[in-house]
Ligand binder design. Structure first.
Ligand code: ADP
Ligand code: MG
Length: 305
């Protein structure tokens, strides 16, 4: 019975997007808008693995939603709703209160509803969120559309969260705990960007996925990477390590034709974008620093490494 009282107390609030039937029945019901494709993804956060055990529960709630909305944004889609599968070692009301508040705060900020889920007991605190969104049929931006000559761009700053995890208590920890999914930018890039990915495992590795899927190469201008002033205090190689191999940025990396880049600059954006390189025919990822070739060997975050 405890399970039902948890659901009712913490996870049964009013919906913030159109839902025909939400939490409380065997399944939720949604009516797809006309001419839209369903976009759906899932991400799991394991305590001790994806966040320290003593992380503020409000931040865990926020982030478990934000990382999924980031995946929806990376397709050029509009987020609509989430499902939450929660495995708890014990019932801790203080924790559940903070967690659900963080989760709903992120949902409310991006107009998303919690429409269902599952609540179980298990030795490890595990949070699995499934996100749903909509995109015009055939208009999703995938990883495989990059074209030779495209500009490579990234939103916001990269390396902040990785710096934050190494310097807990520093202001940049906020970027680790409360990532901002780039929902508006993602939708604005639909019809403009040729390819897109959200940066979760480090810019170099995630851009590598675009290159692999699109069968192209890239040249990155190290001097153009958007790096926070705090990180810029470090030695040059460490700065690049954070920016290119740090994880948890949840920024959007996309490739776009020079013409569409000009169109993008005319739009009102809620985050800065930076042009950091160009797609090339020769495969692989090469770096330049102020126009001179530079050799770097970094890897992003690897699960099961
Ligand atoms: P069933 O036994 O039919 O699978 P449950 O008893 O698991 O249903 O869940 C009852 C209702 O509560 C369902 O609508 C389910 O989607 C919802 N629910 C369960 N856990 C959560 C949760 N953590 N967050 C949101 N909704 C939940
Ligand atoms: Mg049932």
């Amino acid at each position: 019975m405890a399970e039902f009282s948890i659901i009712d107390t913490y996870f049964n609030r009013h919906s913030s997007s159109a839902v025909d039937l939400g939490v409380g029945d065997d399944s939720a019901l949604l009516t797809p808008p006309p001419q839209q494709q369903l976009v759906i993804c899932a991400d799991t956060l394991v305590a001790g693995r994806h966040f320290p055990l003593d992380t503020n529960p409000h931040a865990i709630g926020w982030k478990s939603v934000a990382v999924n909305l980031s995946d929806i944004a990376a397709m050029g889609a509009k987020p609509h709703s989430i499902l939450l599968a929660l495995s708890l070692p014990q019932i801790d009301h203080e924790w559940l209160k903070g967690f659900s508040q963080g989760l709903y705060d992120c949902c409310d900020q991006f107009g998303v509803s919690l429409i269902g889920g599952d609540t179980t007991q298990s030795p490890h605190l595990t949070i699995s969120v499934t996100a749903l969104g909509w995109v015009d049929i055939g208009k999703a931006v995938t990883r495989s559309g990059a074209q030779v000559g495209d500009f490579i761009c990234v939103s916001g700053q990269v390396g902040d969260a990785a710096y934050g995890i190494q310097h807990l208590g520093h202001p940049l920890q906020k970027r680790l705990d409360y990532p901002t999914p780039r929902c508006q930018l993602g939708q604005q890039l639909k019809g403009l960007a040729h390819s897109m990915i959200d940066v979760s495992d480090g810019l170099a590795q995630d851009l590598g996925h675009i290159l692999h899927a699109s069968k192209v190469g890239a040249e990155i201008e190290l001097d153009q990477l958007p790096i926070d002033d705090h990180v810029k205090q470090l030695q040059q190689e460490s700065q690049w390590q954070y920016a290119l191999a740090g994880g948890d940025d949840y920024e959007l990396c996309f490739t776009i034709s020079p013409q569409n880049y000009q169109k993008l600059l005319q739009l009102e954006l809620d985050v800065n974008i930076h042009k950091i390189g160009q797609i090339t025919e020769p495969l692989g990822l090469r770096y330049k620093n102020y126009g001179t070739d530079h050799i770097l060997k970094f890897q992003g975050y690897q699960h099961f490494a």
